[in-house]
Design a protein around this ligand. Structure first.
Ligand SMILES: [Zn+2]
Ligand SMILES: [Zn+2]
Length: 422
């Protein structure tokens, strides 16, 4: 029996990798244009980082992390998200000394032990950006613009920005008391998860997808009605800057994010074609996280988005992918005795900076030409006995079917001219 791939994971095959590379290229290009520099943190961290950063009572920490002991029995966890590791690195590497505001982006695999379902994997890929060191509402708006610009460059349409404020410790405490007392009578009608949330993390009840919970949630007051003066002002400022940037948004008082560390701004960008799980990116402000990790109080804001979800949205909207340009040269030989010469020429062409391929078995010329077509070769070199006896080879343009004789000595230079590679 063959060994199978672990549940909830997938292979990204060569025929799909172009899409991934294209999406990743756009993300990097846009992030750089907005002044974010890439950071790569380890795949695993000490478990404590996520327990403290994401929140002990969140779904991620209580039931979705891949946690294991190393040989010295220290608890490690495969990263379930990117923000906590970035903030850990920011503090540990004293990045605050370099610039007044630190702007970072990341891209890579994350791990959550969720029930596998369509578009949900246990190893999935996220990209995101963080601005650490300013409480200015300008950067909240900038982060949303950055997301939208990535999606615009990728060709995504029908996007909607949902915006909310989840307040600060002060005003949220007030709201939570209000929230709890307003649903206290209906506690028995909440789903099992929400019953627990009621005591541990009541804010999360607001984004429960359960129908019976939703009818209860509808009646509770909005968090934004309880914002303190500072949070209210910040919320207004974010909206002012979004308007300056001509970004349309819809206020969604039920929008809360899955992590405990969010403060003030919370947002999601949804794509209508994605159905129930329609968020393509989400983020918000997390002004307490740096302090939580032992740093000075440092405000920050960020977003994260899934590559799988982004690609799925692009496919749903039938966005055309850049065409696979294929290889530049295919080396075909008529006579098997020319094997050694063909092999040597093939490698010479590659060393000259031109992509090239040949058939390593002994197929007929027809079979070799079929392979050249499959590889989308733009030119084929044909090593014919008669031409070789005159130190010449045939160079065929696969598109126009024109072919010409070229002296063996001059073939590399000829190819460099054709592909403009000097
Ligand atoms: Zn507040
Ligand atoms: Zn519920």
């Amino acid at each position: 029996m063959i060994i199978r791939i672990p549940k909830g994971t997938q292979d990204i095959l060569p025929e799909d990798i172009e899409k991934w590379n294209y999406v990743e290229k756009i993300i990097k290009e846009v992030a750089n244009r907005f002044g974010y520099r890439e950071i790569r943190t380890p795949i695993f961290e000490y478990t404590e980082l996520f327990a403290r950063g994401i929140g002990e009572s969140t779904d991620i920490v209580t039931k979705e992390m891949f946690t294991f002991l190393d040989r010295k029995e220290r608890s490690l966890t495969l990263r379930p998200e990117g923000t906590a590791p970035v903030v850990r690195a920011y503090l540990e590497q004293r990045m605050d000394r370099l610039f007044p505001v630190t702007k970072l982006f990341y891209l890579g695999p994350m791990f959550r032990s969720e029930k596998p379902q369509a578009g949900r994997f246990r190893q999935f890929h996220q990209y995101g950006a963080e601005i650490i060191g300013t409480s200015s509402a300008q950067v909240d708006a900038e982060i949303i613009l950055l997301c939208l610009e990535i999606f615009r460059k990728l060709g995504l349409k029908n996007l909607e920005v949902l915006l909310n404020s989840v307040g600060c410790k002060k005003c949220r405490a007030l709201y939570l008391r209000e929230l709890k007392s307003s649903i206290h009578q209906e506690i028995d009608n909440l789903c099992t998860d929400c019953k627990k949330r009621y005591y541990k993390n009541p804010l999360r009840i607001l984004d429960c997808k359960n129908v019976s919970c939703q009818s209860i949630i509808k009646k509770v007051p909005a968090l934004t009605q309880y914002l303190c003066e500072e949070c209210q002002e910040h919320f207004q400022e974010v909206q002012k800057y979004l308007k300056v940037l001509n970004i349309e948004y819809r206020l969604d008082p039920r929008l809360v994010r899955g992590f405990d560390y969010y403060t003030k701004t919370a947002f999601e960008i949804i794509c209508k074609e994605l159905g129930a799980q329609n968020a393509v990116s989400g983020g918000g402000r997390y002004d307490y996280l740096v302090e939580e990790f032992g740093g000075k109080p440092t405000p920050a804001v960020g977003f994260a988005a899934g590559i799988e979800r982004t690609i799925l949205a692009m496919q749903q909207q039938k966005i055309e992918w850049p065409k696979d340009s294929g290889i530049e040269v295919f080396v075909a030989k008529i006579n098997q005795e020319k094997e050694l010469f063909a092999f040597e020429l093939l490698q010479k062409i590659r060393m000259a900076g031109i992509s090239a391929e040949m058939d390593y078995s002994f197929r007929s010329l027809k079979g070799q030409m079929r392979l050249a077509d499959k590889l989308k070769a733009r030119y084929t070199i044909i090593l014919g006995e008669e031409e070789l006896s005159r130190d010449r080879i045939l160079l065929r343009n696969m598109q126009t079917k024109e072919q010409k004789e070229v002296e063996i000595e001059k073939i590399i230079n000829e190819l460099k001219t054709v592909f403009n590679k000097f």
